[in-house]
Design a protein around this ligand. Structure first.
Ligand SMILES: O=C[C@H](O)[C@H](O)COP(=O)(O)O
Ligand SMILES: C=C(OP(=O)(O)O)C(=O)O
Length: 464
């Protein structure tokens, strides 16, 4: 948990600069033994093109403004931590595929567009509860994500290595390139919606429910085609917009990729934007008002997410909004609550009321993962599907009570057949967790559990 928030950041707005975070206390960041190597890696990054374009950032902000107004829904999901070892594209494709399925379910059920934002193409840095890990009589630095150090428990791997910043940039570029190709090259064509089901999901109850939905949509598409509306004529049927996001934890990396104007020196609108992803978020552990992370994020024009745990008070949330978005711009801020099942009825309504009464247009999204992590008797980190579902239900109930908009869902997921979270239609137990647990950090929903959650949220949205 962060300590009680200190007074507002001391740097006046005019003094913001991509490096102004350096004069603020920075949590959760490694100390690099070789400062020169770090500076050299950042110098190279500063010469590279941004991974995304400012026009895309503006488009995402416009779509998030629609979410805030209750006319669209935000689906943000992907790995807990991406890995440099799985860059052949299969993992990214599976994540994208299940996100497409979830978006179909949500769009159909809720009759509103779904804004798709992946925790992908840059989700390489992890905040940790403990700085070190001990195995037997050996203590090493904790694994903090592939952009910082390596997961194997060996001194050489766990040392922070600056060259990993360059690898993260190239891994992000490769994944983003694939995503853009999948989004626009035919894979995401709505006529493919039957093909998006993974084999292991096909015969599950949610696989069959999806199949029935896909059949209904196919009939509607056939009718539209008969009327002359085909993928050939309608880009909306043929391709989707997909955006990237990650936790803006490693600030030297973010600073090196910060660009002004359109980032290509063609048009200077005066705005700065973070060039590493469309949307960046602040973790629950790094959102101190006087901290380096707030200082960096307040100066860029990207949409910014802020994680909100159960200890946050209305005054904390209003102060955060004031620091990040004093101009109250629709589409700028996403408040992502992660409180834990059983806690929202008491803790969320006062926050919703305060933000509503202040007239702030922030999007509210629910992360039902990070407040529900438990450790099994075998020492494995997991989450119970029932708790995840309960937190989502409590989120919708609190919004219904306060007359505010339940705007989005933020989940750690993969389309693959992993066994990391307990429960769901497959009824995974502690014993099943050993079968295919591949997350480098926190447990993700698998393709079947993700689809099951999407059907639940669609029902809740329909009932809203
Ligand atoms: O995924 C997020 C965090 O890195 C994670 O929840 C922290 O986990 P830890 O408590 O094992 O450090
Ligand atoms: C670390 C994360 O979340 P939180 O800051 O909410 O713990 C995360 O989303 O990866």
């Amino acid at each position: 948990m962060p300590p009680p928030n200190a007074p507002a950041a001391t740097t006046p707005p005019s003094a913001w600069h991509p490096a102004s975070w350096r004069t603020h206390p920075a949590r959760q960041m490694p100390t690099y033994p070789d400062a020169q190597a770090l500076a050299s890696a950042c110098g190279q990054l500063a010469q590279f093109p941004p991974l995304i374009f400012a026009g895309e950032v503006r488009a995402l902000r416009a779509q998030l403004a629609e979410v805030a107004a209750g006319r669209a829904f935000l689906l943000q999901g992907g790995d807990c931590a991406e890995s440099f070892d799985t860059l052949d594209g299969a993992a990214a494709r599976e994540t994208f595929r299940v996100m497409l399925q979830m978006a179909v379910v949500l769009t159909y059920g809720a009759a509103r567009p779904v804004v798709k934002v992946g925790r992908i193409a840059g989700q390489f840095a992890k905040p940790r509860s403990a700085d070190t890990e001990t195995q037997g009589d050996v203590t090493l630095p904790s694994y903090r994500g592939d952009i910082i150090n390596g997961a194997p428990f060996a001194a050489a791997d766990r040392a922070p290595q600056p060259e990993r910043l360059l690898r993260a940039y190239s891994a992000s570029a490769a994944t983003l390139n694939l995503l853009r190709a999948l989004a626009q090259g035919g894979f995401a064509d709505l006529h493919q919606l039957h093909a998006w089901t993974a084999d292991f999901v096909r015969h599950s109850p949610q696989g069959q429910r999806y199949q029935a939905l896909a059949d209904r949509i196919s009939e509607a598409l056939a009718f539209m085609a008969a009327c002359g509306f085909t993928s050939q004529h309608m880009a909306q049927l043929r391709e989707v917009a997909v955006y990237t996001s990650h936790e803006a934890l490693l600030l030297p990396y973010e600073e090196a990729l910060t660009r002004r104007g359109d980032g290509l020196r063609a048009q200077d609108t005066g705005d700065w934007f973070g060039g590493s992803a469309h949307m960046l978020w602040l973790g629950e552990r790094t959102r101190q008002l006087d901290g380096a992370h707030i200082e960096y994020l307040r100066g860029i024009a990207n949409p910014v997410g802020v994680k909100i745990g159960p200890q946050a008070t209305p005054a904390d949330v209003l102060a955060l909004l004031n620091a990040i978005d004093p101009a109250r711009q629709p589409g700028r801020t996403v408040l992502i609550t992660r409180m834990g099942a059983g806690k929202l009825a008491a803790h969320l309504p006062p926050l919703l009321a305060a933000v509503r009464d202040a007239g702030h247009p922030a999007v509210w999204a629910c992360d039902p993962m990070h407040g529900n992590t438990v450790t099994t008797r075998h020492g494995v980190k997991t989450r119970d599907f029932d708790n995840i579902v309960q937190e989502v239900r409590e989120f919708f109930a609190a919004h219904a009570q306060e007359g505010t908009v339940a705007g989005g869902l933020h989940v750690e997921l993969t389309g693959q057949d992993v066994t990391e979270c307990r429960g769901g239609g497959q009824n995974l137990t502690d014993d099943n967790l050993q079968t295919n647990y591949t997350s480098a950090c926190d447990p993700r929903l698998n393709g079947s559990q993700s689809l099951e959650l999407a059907f639940l949220v669609a029902d809740l949205l329909r009932g809203r």
